[in-house]
Design a protein around this ligand. Structure first.
Ligand SMILES: N[C@@H](CCC(=O)N[C@@H](CS)C(=O)NCC(=O)O)C(=O)O
Length: 217
């Protein structure tokens, strides 16, 4: 088995890569990285100086691949399974990548801002930044509410990279900036994602760690 995924079971960006791996039953070795352990942190930094996961290592091709979207593109290109996660049609591929970017930049990252602010000392918090992040998330919920087809996936009938992005962003998004009543399609889409075997497996593996999440207040 040539693939190793450096990850943590609570990490939302790692969930993206895990969903893609599980979608195709791709064989890989999981390496759980505890960033609180100096040796494990140093090992991750040696692989990827930015020090964020997921990072995919491919011993067969001699490649180290950081960044969740790029990990998924890499898997789709070099270890394709029955389910291709980037459409072959160039226009659809572009739209898939665009939705992946929108979800990462305007839901997933602002959601991280909301959560990480809770870890700051009380006198170093950033209420304005958090309010801006929440507003950004809500703008994007409204955009997605208009775009998501009833009963389908982000790109329609086919499950793609954009759904791998949406699952963790919307799961943690709804937990930290609830959809409320105004987003029935988004809420139904999240339920479909949770029922998808690849994501259900990720959630089951994360469950024992949920107590470690930073609490509000
Ligand atoms: N753009 C990156 C974001 C990765 C990221 O932010 N990962 C978080 C976990 S969800 C992380 O490694 N945090 C550790 C830290 O910042 O020390 C990607 O798409 O992979």
């Amino acid at each position: 088995m040539s693939l190793t995924l450096h990850y943590h079971p609570l990490s939302s960006f790692c969930w993206k890569a895990l969903i893609a791996l599980h979608e195709n039953g791709t064989a890989f070795t999981p390496n759980l990285v505890n960033l609180g352990d100096p040796a494990q942190r140093a090992a991750l930094l040696a692989l990827w100086p930015i020090g964020r996961f997921p990072v995919l290592e491919d011993a067969a091709r001699g490649e180290t691949v950081p960044e969740s979207s790029i990990v998924i593109e890499y898997l789709d290109r070099h270890y394709p399974g029955a389910k291709r996660l980037i459409p072959e049609d160039p226009a659809l591929a572009l739209q898939t990548r665009q939705r992946d970017r929108v979800i990462d930049l305007y839901i997933h990252l602002p959601m991280q801002k909301v959560v990480l602010d809770r870890l700051r000392p009380a006198d170093r918090r950033d209420p304005l930044g958090v309010a801006e992040a929440r507003a950004q998330i809500r703008t994007t919920y409204a955009l997605l509410e208009r775009e998501i087809a009833d009963g389908g996936w982000m790109m329609g009938e086919r499950f793609t990279l954009a759904d791998c992005s949406a699952a963790p962003a919307l799961f943690y998004g709804d937990m930290n900036e609830p959809f409320g009543d105004g987003h029935p399609r988004l809420a139904a889409y999240l339920e479909r994602l949770k029922a998808r075997p690849s994501f259900a497996r990720v959630l089951e593996a994360a469950e024992p760690y949920f107590g470690m999440l930073p609490k509000d207040g």
